[in-house]
Ligand binder design. Structure first.
Ligand code: ADP
Ligand code: MG
Length: 707
């Protein structure tokens, strides 16, 4: 699971002691500061909110003979022997220390190590404490790359008890990080930090911020390890509440503002619904038509529309966006369509360019690859109104571009939730209508809170001819059969995808698995078919190129991570294999499988479950095989509290909600909204941006995110 809590941290930037750079800490010189900076850690506050991703239970020492294969254990024993071993001169060696307690011996092994460091632990008769996952290797117990300490060492303090594990930072060991955080916490306690109004803390019975941060970084022995690892201790919940509260303040405030905002008046042609028959080669579904009527109602009354269009993958949201754009452009306004990726921008540009001229579109695309001079030319033609439909990624459209008459902004495939994009629009100083589209099915109750500042339209009906993706569970024994099916599909000229999870905290290992899977499939399928690879470590350009090749059919089989998820479809893709589905959230799996079977052939999705999956996680994943209704699946996800590890929107930044946290703690979200409402409604003047009291209460940056 991912735990990103950033907005409250921005508030603490007002506290002078915590604003200081990390170099004030013992043990940090310019070099380490630079390494930490690369990870976005610059000040003491940043470090305070850099939270553990999981906890190890190192409270009890086990007799070595009672440790079990593949289970982590804390053991203590006397050193029997120790030293480096090399099979051949010049080859890489290994380092082995053997310890023993009253019950059994244990081998500690290292393949990557600093010899000088480990040499310090080899003196016979010393007592070592070691933690790690036990392996039974031909009857011998081993730990590979254990964490060790000498009994009586000052380090034991942090080594024992609950042990926090942080996201890896290149060049900074966990040990160094923990020491830095404990120094920072001490400084924080002195600063007596708090960011919530006193009344809120009392009313909800929340722990104070200093205490919460202290216990989340270094939990006391009494709490349950399960609560810790689910981020459900009262201290974790306090931090989650803060995160929600800051986003909710923004959302409630936008709702209060938007009541009074005047927007472009757009008159709707009387014969619109007849015209649609000429514009599209099919008739619109009832849900599409209803949505269009709801939108037309908003556009006509002279207030800015703020509407969310929620609809499962493939239900035809783009058509609704096209009709809405047509209405706005028909009234001589411009439309901007913002999408998360360049490939999606290209896909939309091609689509809108293909629509009949009579719809009135003069589309242009803005991509990062444009030469500067070309981009300036396009900017100019947007400024003077020659182009009336501007399609691009969010970054491009926001960046210094001005419009002649911007009447509507469409945000497509919004999968980062919160108020950030919407707040950025406010700064444009105009009040264009806003249509946000998302395929993330959030249960209605939650949507009303998450999108409190938006009116919601839902499309439930699929276009005629839509066939749901067939979904099966398979285990390792069926792998061969699965790959055979894949081979057959590719032989027919169809395309396939294989998705592997990458989770924060085990990125290195996970990424290795993706690359290995790619190698394996390349061996199996090339040269007859071309196998591509895509993951988050590639540059945006590289990713776009791979996606384009896949869309264009030049790659037959694409192996990758969830970066494939975002809105793009390859019409030829008909089969998807998902590795370790139990590590994903259900809604995310549903979105993923929606990427296949969008052409004429029905899609097939195989969920490759591990043999050692628990009964619970199997029955959870099975929901996918049984249902094709994104909303129903989201409801189930909510019931099960979004247990998939990947549920979170990893990059929740200032003004954005971590969707994982939303599914985990729906009640806290409601409480946060109520608190925000209570504060703002008790004194509506607080909601004015120029009001200093609110600025004091909550940080300027988190209310009006600018970064
Ligand atoms: P999404 O909601 O996932 O963005 P799209 O807008 O991309 O879905 O639509 C999916 C496919 O369905 C497209 O190929 C589109 O042309 C087609 N489509 C949309 N509406 C209809 C309809 N009313 N009848 C038939 N096909 C439709
Ligand atoms: Mg779409």
């Amino acid at each position: 699971m991912i735990n990103v809590i950033r907005s409250p941290a921005t508030h603490l930037k007002e506290v002078p002691t915590l604003k200081r750079p990390l170099t004030v800490l013992k043990g940090i010189g310019p070099k380490r500061a630079q390494l930490l900076g690369r990870r976005g850690l610059h000040t003491l506050i940043d470090l305070l909110f850099f939270l553990p991703i999981r906890y190890e239970d190192r409270r009890r020492i086990s007799p070595i003979s009672e440790t079990r294969h593949d289970v982590p254990a804390l053991v203590r024993g006397m050193v029997i022997s120790g030293g480096e071993e090399r099979a051949f001169p010049g080859r890489r060696g290994l380092f082995r220390i053997i310890i023993q307690d009253e019950t059994a011996p244990l081998e500690l092994l290292w393949f990557n190590y600093r010899k000088a460091h480990l040499d310090g632990y080899t003196t016979k008769g010393q007592t070592l404490t070691a933690y790690g996952r036990i392996r039974l290797n031909r009857g011998k117990r081993q730990i590979i790359h254990p964490d060790i300490t000498l009994v009586g060492d000052a380090r034991e303090q942090v080594f024992l008890g609950y042990f926090p594990v942080y996201p890896a930072i290149k060049g900074i060991s966990g040990q160094v990080l923990r020491s830095l955080i404990s120094q920072t916490l001490a400084q924080g306690q002195e600063a007596n930090m708090e960011i919530l109004p006193e009344e809120t803390i009392r009313r909800l019975g929340l722990p104070r911020l200093g205490e919460a941060l202290g216990n989340v970084h270094f939990p006391p022995d009494g709490v349950s390890i399960d609560l810790l690892n689910q981020f459900k201790t009262k201290e974790h919940r306090r931090l989650t509440f803060d995160h929600f509260f800051y986003v909710m303040i923004n959302i409630v405030m936008r709702k209060m503002f938007s009541r009074e905002r005047t927007g472009p008046v757009v008159s709707v042609p009387k014969d619109l619904e007849d015209r649609l028959l000429n514009y599209f080669p099919f008739s619109l579904t009832r849900d599409q038509l209803r949505t269009i009527r709801e939108i037309a109602g908003d556009l006509a009354i002279g207030r800015s529309m703020n509407r969310l269009l929620q609809g499962d993958v493939g239900c035809g949201k783009t058509v609704v966006a096209a009709v809405t754009s047509h209405m706005v452009i028909h009234n001589n306004w411009q439309v901007a369509i913002m999408v998360p990726t360049q490939v999606l921008a290209q896909q939309h540009f091609a689509y809108f360019s293909s629509l009949p001229r009579s719809m009135g579109f003069r589309p242009v695309i803005l991509t990062g690859r444009l030469k500067w001079s070309d981009r300036l030319k396009r900017y100019e033609k947007i400024r003077n109104g020659e182009y009336n439909l501007i399609i691009g990624t969010q970054a491009l459209i926001q960046e210094g571009l001005s419009f002649a008459r911007l009447g509507l902004v469409v945000i497509d495939e919004q999968h980062r939730f919160g108020v950030r994009q919407r707040s950025l629009l406010d700064k444009k100083g105009e009040n264009p209508h806003l249509l946000v589209m998302t395929a993330t099915p959030i249960p209605r109750t939650l949507a009303m809170t998450v999108f409190a500042d938006l009116d919601i339209s839902v499309i439930k009906e699929y276009p005629k001819g839509h066939r749901p993706v067939e979904t099966f569970l398979a285990d390792a024994t069926q792998k061969r059969k699965v790959f055979n099916t894949l081979y057959q599909r590719l032989s027919k000229g169809e395309q396939g995808m294989v998705i592997c999870p990458v989770i924060e905290g085990s990125e290195e290992e996970d990424l290795k698995n993706v690359v290995e899977m790619h190698e394996r499939l390349t061996k199996l399928f090339e040269p007859r078919f071309r196998v591509g690879l895509i993951h988050g470590r590639l540059s945006t350009d590289q990713k776009d190129r791979v996606m384009e090749e896949f869309r264009g059919g030049r790659i037959d089989l694409l192996v990758g991570t969830t970066v494939i998820e975002v809105g793009v479809h390859a019409p030829g893709a008909t089969m998807m294999v998902i590795e370790h589905p139990e590590r994903f959230g259900l809604s995310q799996l549903h979105q993923l499988r929606g990427r296949v079977g969008r052409g004429s052939r029905r899609g097939l999705c195989v969920l490759m479950v591990s043999e050692d999956s628990s009964h619970e996680s199997l029955s959870r994943v099975k929901v996918l095989a049984d249902s094709n209704d994104g909303f129903e699946i989201a409801e189930r996800d909510l019931e099960m509290r979004g247990q998939g590890e990947l549920m979170g929107t990893r990059q929740a930044g200032a003004g954005e909600l971590d969707l994982g946290a939303v599914f985990r703690e729906p009640e806290l979200l409601t409480a946060a909204k109520e608190e925000a409402q209570c504060i703002l409604e008790s004194d509506p003047k607080l909601a004015l941006p120029e009001n200093h009291r609110l600025r004091k209460l909550i940080s300027t940056r988190s209310i009006f995110p600018t970064d």
